[in-house]
Structure formats: C-alpha cells, structure tokens
Design a protein. Structure first.
Length: 102
C-alpha cells in the first residue's frame, strides 16, 4: 500500500495499527525493552533501512514497518507525535552510559 494514495479512514486505521505495534523480536524487542519492546514508530531509521535492504518480516508486522520506514524517509516522523503523546511519549533507544560512582 502506498500511503500517498490512501483515503482518510484507511490512513487513520494504518496509524492506529502502527501506534499499537511494538517490535516483538531482536535488539529492540521485549528482551531488551520490557515489557513489550519498542513501538515500531520509534525504531531508528537506520534499523528500518537495514530491513528495507534485506527484506521486512512477512505479514502485517513487515507491512507496518515498511510504512513507518517510508514515512520517516520522507521526513514526516512528526506524524507520529500525537500517537506518542497518547502513549506517554517517545521511547528512547539511545544507549545509556553506565553510572559510575566517584
């Protein structure tokens, strides 16, 4: 589905699905980001590009990841801001520096 050729209701449903979907496996999955994993809308663009080059997962997850990738590639990441706000904000995937006691 090309998101530039989508009607309003379908687009709303697409965004709703994206907002509810979290990464179920890998380095952004629940093993590293409990309890559900990172929402796919907060995945780093580099991670999505890696999947774009090698192939997205099969099924609905892959289709949604491909749409998120396309939306981010055209610079429309702020489209997800209302979804993030409704879900408590953006999930940070930056590595944290370990605390040192001095």
């Amino acid at each position: 589905m090309n998101f530039t050729e989508i009607d309003r209701d379908d687009f709303r449903n697409l965004l709703e699905s994206i907002g509810k979907t979290c990464m179920p496996f890998g380095k952004f999955g629940p093993n590293f980001y409990p309890p559900r994993g990172v929402p796919i809308m907060d995945l780093p663009p580099e991670y999505l590009s890696w999947f774009k080059e090698r192939g997205f997962p099969k099924g609905q997850l892959g289709e949604l990841m491909a749409q998120v990738c396309e939306i981010k590639e055209v610079g429309m990441d702020q489209l997800f801001d209302p979804l993030r706000k409704a879900n408590g904000g953006r999930v940070s995937v930056r590595k944290r520096k370990p605390k040192t006691d001095f």
